[in-house]
Ligand binder design. Sequence first.
Ligand code: ZN
Length: 328
Amino acid sequence: MRAVVREALEGLVDEISVDPMGNLIATRRGDGGPRVMVAAHMDEIGFLVRHVDERGFVRVSPVGGVFPRYLPAQRVLVTPSGGGDPMAGVLFESSDMGTPNEETKTPKVEEFFVDLGLPAEVVLAGVTPGDAVTMHRTLERVGDRVIAKALDDRIGLFIIIEVLRSLPRGAVEVIAVGSVQEEIGTRGASVAAHRIPKDVGVAVDTTLARDLPGVDDAKAVTRLGDGVSLKVMDKYQITHRRLLDVVRDLARERDIPHQLEVGLPGGTDAEAIEIAGDGAPAIALSIPSRYGHSASEMCDLGDVAATADLLEAFLRTLTHETLVLDRP
Ligand SMILES: [Zn+2]
């Protein structure tokens, strides 16, 4: 993922480096304007191999917020850390097979195994504890929406790249960060934000859209297709009110469809940026996503465009004056 992002950013920025955590840091120098750290995470939820048994069945441990009920019979890819081609397999669990349509208990991730369909000796020779196991799905476009695994947060990386493509050079310095290990607690962004001098931070990430049958409107968090979501509060952050107002006013002025978001039971890199070092106000611009952390996440391309438009407008218009946030 880092190689893909790096290649896309070459030529759009002045400097690209990788820090000791593995974060990709791409800087476009400005001309005396504010310094803005813009982050999207490169990691995705998944698993690491825990154990291979004598028949070649592979047991896994979760990385990040994996929901067991999304897992049965999904296709996965096991990537050998010692080199060699990724191997496709089926993720399954057999603790209580039941029959179709029968209520069965929800298994734990630890009860799942990967069946690679290969002779045991081949699996035992090629797969070792710590190998990465990821969902194996391609992206599909359906009308004005896309369905894919790991839109969280590939869609955020895409938006940052596209914005750097269309944004003319200006006063603002943009430090674009492809962060690592967001899904296990914003660990990459914490280190990057500590190292990077910045006046303000923006995280571009997906958020929950539960505008679904059987779900109370009050529990939807965001609605797919209603525009970019401005984070007001999630589990780990309350956005600086003045910064929120600045961004919201901008969205209103530019007629960019937007919604306000309270209630995500998780966080984003913005929370790490905000409290790193001496601190900096930070906001998450979120792309509503249905079925988050499943192999079939769904985003609306109008929301994606709105997020890109708002980020670009923010980076175009930001001045030191805008960022005097402590006025009464
Ligand atoms: Zn995310």
